[in-house]
Design a protein around this ligand. Sequence first.
Ligand code: HEM
Length: 527
Amino acid sequence: MEDPSLASSNSLLRTDVLSRNAYLLIGLATLTLLVSWFNKKPKGPFPPGPKGIPFFGNAFQLPHSYTWFKFTEWGEQYGPILGLNMAGQPMVVLNTGKVCADLMDRRSVIYSDRPRFIMASEILTGGMLVGFANYGPIWRRLRKAAHLGLHLRAAEAYYPIEEREAAILVKDLLQSPESWDSHIRRSIASTMFNVVYNGKPLATKEDPTVAKINALMHRVVQAALPGRFLVEIIPWMRYLPDWMAGWKRRGKQRFREDSEMFKGFLQNVKNEVATGEYEPSFGSHLVYPGNPHGLSKDEEAWLAGIIFGAGSDSTAGTLGWFMLLMALHPEAQKKAQEEIDRVVGRHRLPNFEDRDSLPYVNAVIQEVLRWHPVSPLGLPHRLMEDDWYEGYFLPKGTIVVSNIYGINRDPEFFPDSDAFRPERYYNEDEDLTKKAEFDDTHGQGHYSYGFGRRVCVGMNLANNALFINIVSILWAVNINCPVGPDGKKIIPDRTKFIDDGLVVRPEQFDCVIEPREHDVNDKLGGL
Ligand code: HEM
């Protein structure tokens, strides 16, 4: 979704004061790039990759969608570390877990920066969007505060919110199963909103507050796309006075409005904390007097808002893949349900205390995350110093992309990798008491949460939300493919997806959701 207030500045050639001179500026940018290109003397060989065209290199060879398939294909041809030239900007794509871990985990001290996003990070979000922030003092403060509120133990404080929302989701699915996607999105938005700000469950996924935060996230992601703003190619334009640069003026105005919005949300939490009567939330942890994170008021407000924004669509998108995979794999669904019935019984909804006794359900969750990560290429890292790896020279400033989709399907670690097989998370005789080990996956068994110091800071919260929703859905309902007039199953196309720039989720598909027992609704209690 494009923000109309910024849209007028989105194209490179518009009727802005500057756009009249756009050709001149593009010429200047080209000249600058050419000069720096010819002056560059590489200190060693750059990793191999497809041959590009003069000056633009491989910039026009990347497809607009399914990029991860192309990277996987190139990886098979050129090796685990693929070198690309994006019009003078060196970029490497890492195609195995080992290379990702060697560089982004084990050398994280120089692989943890992000590429510079002038419009998206510096102007629209004042440098306070933790996921885009450069590796420096602001990011360190934000990340530390985020970690304090979301680490494994801290995330347990949000169990009651997650259990309540999962129960509401089940009730909604039983009432109007055809709207399953909306129910999932409402439930996760409500979970994340309450985890961050606390309050009441949200009534719909179209809640105006949520819609505003989502719009901001989309605005930022759109602004980060290559070619959106000329300033990304000619960085000195960042210093043009506002009266000369409409795009900058409008961006700053947006930033002021969004800052006010986020401060308002957090003020409500502050008011509650001041009364002494409040439920713990990420926000209450941030504003609690005496907390040691050292954030400014603006940083606090932005961190809370962005945690909501980063957590909602990613978790809901993963649940979308879960629904698809359950419709496609009734045998795995049945096995998980049998385990749940054995451990939990049929008289109550599952809860977090059941988790350790449900190894097969946990394996289903790992396999969903592995099979289709919502962020197939993660977020790009940027190399902060010259580096050497396996005889290749990687210059400072290289953009480093992890092909998470491809790595999660590396046949060496995940044989028959296209198959949905939760059993792969157990040892060979599929003894559910013995977990299989997967090196360098931060204990996850897949790479979907990224790497190094930039690894997803919300992964514990995401894993918790996925567990309680998945186990509750499987306890309550069966998910099946619809049957056509010819009596045959209508199988959803597992290769179709929506990529909205933030997450990749399956294209809308029909499935039949039915209660596992006629009185399942009565067992949900007084919701
Ligand atoms: C299934 C759900 C999720 C997936 C698959 C996912 C995946 C990712 C990935 C791949 C990255 C980039 C890591 C890197 O740069 O190497 C990331 C970063 C991030 N994620 Fe998640 N995420 C999920 C849920 C969440 C949740 C629930 C939250 C918040 C509570 C969250 C907050 C963040 C933040 C703030 C960053 C930026 C970290 C930084 O740059 O320091 N994510 N996530």
